[in-house]
Design a protein. Structure first.
Length: 366
C-alpha cells in the first residue's frame, strides 16, 4: 500500500470515529462466551448457544450446534453447525441462518433515515464443507427492509476471510429504543422468497438473502463454521477488535444471565425465604442492567430443589418464575412454588444433587 493510500484509509477511519472506541457493533463475535453450554444436539428449531448468536431455521433439517476450538490463527473459538438429518427439498419459504440481532439504541450513529446514512462493513472468517455462493443479509429492525451481499467459499473445509460492505439505509430510521435495530444473518440455506431479489441495495424481502446458491442443510455431515465477525462503520475492514473475556461477558449479560449451573454437588443458586407454607422468594441482584424485564427458565422441571438448615431436600413441586410485577432490569425476584414449608424460614435454592447441568437463567434476548 502506498503512503497516499495509507493516509486516505486513516482519514476514513478517523472520519467514522473508529479510533478511541469500540469499532465492532456485534457482541461475542469470537464466540468465547457460551453460558448456555458448548453444544446442543438434535436441534430442529431456532435455538441460541453461544451468547447473542442464534441458529434460526424454518426447515426440516436436524443439526448439532457447538462452540468449537477449530479456528483460524488468532482466535480461540468458533461457532459450528453440523447437519445430522438433511433437508434436500427446500421450499420457497424455508431458510436456515446463523444470526445476531443488534439493539436499536446502539446504532443511532449510523444515521439511518437520512442522506448521511453510514456505509458499514462486515468482515468474518468462515469455513464450510460445501463450496459455492453464499449470502449474508441485513434486516432493518421490524420495518420489512432488507439488504444482502454475496461471498464465495472456493475451497472446502478451509478457513477463508471475507469482507462485504452495505450501503446505509437513507429511507428509514432505526428506532432509538431497546428493540431490534439490525438483524445480521449468515445463510446456510434459503428459499426463493428470499433469494430472487438483488444484492447491494435496500428493498423487499426478496433482497434478504439474494442470490444465495448453496444448500448446506441438504447434506448429512455437512459443516459450517464462523468466527471473528466484525461489523463496523466505513467501507474498509479493520483488524478484529479483541475484547477481554470479562468485558465480553458483561456485554452478553445485558441479554442473558445464567444465575447458576449445578450438578450432583448441590451447588446453590441463592437464598430465599418462605413467604407462606407453599412458596419462597429469592432476590437476585444483577451485575449488568438487562435490556428488558427478563423471563426465567429452568433446565427442566424438578432439577432445582430447596433445602433448609436441617439440610432436608424439598422438591419444588410447582412453577419457578420471576414475578413480573416486581422484577426489573436491575434485579430478579424469583418465586418458587412448593409445599410443606415453614413460613419465614430461610431456604437454599440449589441443584437437586442428581441432575447434571441443572440451571436457572434470566433471558432478555431480542
Amino acid at each position: 500500500m502506498t503512503k497516499a493510500a495509507e493516509l486516505a484509509k486513516m482519514g476514513e477511519v478517523l472520519t467514522n470515529s473508529q479510533i478511541g472506541g469500540r469499532r465492532n457493533l456485534l457482541i461475542n463475535s469470537g464466540f468465547e462466551v457460551a453460558q448456555r453450554g458448548t453444544s446442543a444436539s438434535s436441534v430442529t428449531a431456532s435455538q441460541y448457544l453461544c451468547d447473542r448468536w442464534e441458529y434460526e431455521t424454518i426447515g426440516e433439517e436436524t443439526v448439532t450446534i457447538s462452540q468449537t476450538t477449530d479456528v483460524p490463527s488468532g482466535f480461540s473459538n468458533s461457532f459450528k453447525v453440523e447437519i445430522t438429518t438433511a433437508d434436500s427439498s427446500v421450499t420457497s419459504t424455508d431458510y436456515a441462518v446463523v444470526k445476531q440481532v443488534i439493539e436499536a439504541q446502539n446504532l443511532q450513529h449510523l444515521k439511518y433515515g437520512s442522506s448521511d446514512a453510514e456505509t458499514i462493513t462486515l468482515s468474518f472468517h468462515v469455513k464450510s464443507s460445501v463450496t459455492g455462493t453464499y449470502a449474508v443479509g441485513l434486516e432493518h429492525g421490524e420495518t420489512g427492509s432488507y439488504h444482502s451481499q454475496t461471498y464465495s467459499i472456493s475451497s472446502a473445509n478451509t478457513w477463508e476471510k471475507k469482507t462485504v460492505t452495505f450501503t446505509g439505509n437513507t429511507a428509514t430510521a432505526i428506532n432509538n429504543d431497546n428493540g431490534a435495530g439490525l438483524h445480521v444473518n449468515f445463510a446456510l440455506s434459503a428459499g426463493t422468497d428470499y433469494t430472487s431479489g438483488s444484492n447491494g441495495a435496500w428493498g423487499v424481502i426478496a433482497n434478504w438473502l439474494a442470490n444465495h446458491a448453496v444448500n448446506v442443510i441438504g447434506t448429512v455431515n455437512a459443516t459450517f463454521f464462523i468466527t471473528g465477525v466484525q461489523l463496523e462503520v466505513g467501507s474498509q475492514a479493520t483488524p478484529f477488535e479483541h475484547r477481554s473475556f470479562g468485558e465480553e461477558l458483561a456485554l452478553c449479560e445485558r441479554y442473558f444471565v445464567e444465575c447458576f449451573r449445578g450438578d450432583s454437588n448441590y451447588e446453590s443458586a441463592g437464598t430465599g425465604w418462605a413467604f407462606a407454607s407453599n412458596g419462597i422468594v429469592m432476590y437476585r441482584p444483577l451485575r449488568v442492567s438487562m435490556r428488558a424485564k427478563p423471563s426465567l427458565t429452568e433446565s427442566a422441571s424438578g432439577t432445582i430443589h430447596l433445602s433448609d438448615d436441617s439440610n432436608a431436600s424439598i422438591n419444588i413441586s410447582g412453577d419457578i418464575h420471576t414475578n413480573t410485577n416486581v422484577v426489573s432490569t436491575q434485579f430478579a425476584y424469583v418465586e418458587c412454588a412448593s409445599s410443606g414449608l415453614t413460613q419465614y424460614r430461610t431456604y437454599h435454592v440449589r441443584a437437586n444433587g442428581t441432575t447434571t447441568n441443572a440451571s436457572l437463567a434470566l433471558d432478555a434476548e431480542l
